[in-house]
Design a protein around this ligand. Structure first.
Ligand code: ADP
Ligand code: MG
Length: 279
């Protein structure tokens, strides 16, 4: 096997039971995710999406099975030490709850950078924070460094959440419902920002109950239902022509989905017509 064909994320027989007397949150999960792809994990509330995401970053551990991210099992967050490599980082739905309201954005990003790169000089750290802010579209960075979370819009705060995740140079970003607290008008900007990360080679696990956004963003869609994977494939197929009754009901309950996918369907039709014209 060549280095390129080794998946960035591997789950084998993964199970998670929070309680012995309740059905498992996840069971029998087998999944491989290639580097540099965006995989949407979709399903209703309670289907196990967040549990899967939290496992990938070490916020919770499986009760059975194996997980590897970038070739190693995720290190439990509680045991982490400064300066250790952290292959996967999480972007949360509610970034506000995880930012300190009394500290500037620049200071908070510098602190995260310090944990991951304890030996960087002051100047290196300042440069890194500036480029992080610019990378997430907060330009010019100088205009944001001294602002506090309250001085930012919801969309800008979520950009800071993404910048903070990127501060440790992760190979994988797990974004759990990253736009569900945002105004509809800025959701697509955040999705486009995540799409840009893939172009930089970052692997993105996009967790959402919103099929429309999954169809817009993802290269691949994995459908979770009661803790198991019921469907897995390209968005056009999984969302446009779902095979499993559960996915069919999700798709039927998602107005506008066919329209969203329709852009691609139209493009495919155009391409087919062009081909015919050439004959
Ligand atoms: N910390 C926890 N303790 C006990 N049960 C939990 C915990 N977190 C999640 N669960 C249960 O696990 C199941 C899956 O939850 P979750 O992964 O949060 O799903 P989703 O993100 O798809 O809504 C649900 O039944 C939920 O109640
Ligand atoms: Mg969740």
């Amino acid at each position: 096997m060549t280095a390129e064909s080794t998946p960035m994320i591997v789950l084998r027989g993964v199970e998670k039971r929070y309680r012995r007397d309740a059905p498992p949150a996840l069971a029998g999960i087998d999944l491989e995710i290639a580097e540099g792809t965006i995989v949407a994990v979709v399903g209703e509330s309670g289907s196990g999406k967040s549990t899967m995401g939290r496992m990938l970053v070490g916020l919770t551990t499986p009760t059975a099975g194996e997980i590897e991210v970038a070739g190693t099992p995720p290190e439990p967050v509680s045991r982490r030490r400064r300066g250790r490599e952290r292959p996967a980082q999480m972007v949360f739905q509610d970034v506000y709850g995880s930012l300190n309201p009394s500290q500037s954005i620049g200071f908070q990003l510098a602190e995260v950078h310090r944990v991951a790169h304890p030996n960087a000089s002051r100047a290196e750290r300042a440069d890194a924070v500036t480029s992080l802010l610019e990378r997430v579209g907060l330009r010019p960075a100088d205009a944001y460094l001294r602002r506090r979370p309250d001085d930012l819009s919801g969309g800008q705060r979520q950009r800071v959440g993404i910048a903070r995740a990127l501060a440790t140079d992760p190979r994988v970003i797990v974004a759990d419902e990253p736009t569900s607290m945002l105004d509809v008008s800025v959701r697509r900007e955040i999705l486009d920002l995540l799409a840009g990360l893939r172009d930089d080679g970052v692997t993105v696990v996009y967790i959402t109950h919103d099929l429309l956004s999954a169809g817009y963003l993802a290269d691949r869609v994995v459908v979770l239902h009661r803790g198991t994977i019921v469907e897995d494939g390209e968005p056009d197929q999984v969302l446009g022509a779902p095979q499993h009754p559960y996915t069919q009901s999700l798709a039927a309950a998602s107005p506008g989905l066919q329209l969203e996918l329709g852009h691609d369907a139209l493009a495919a039709t155009d391409a087919a017509n062009d081909e015919q014209d050439e004959r």
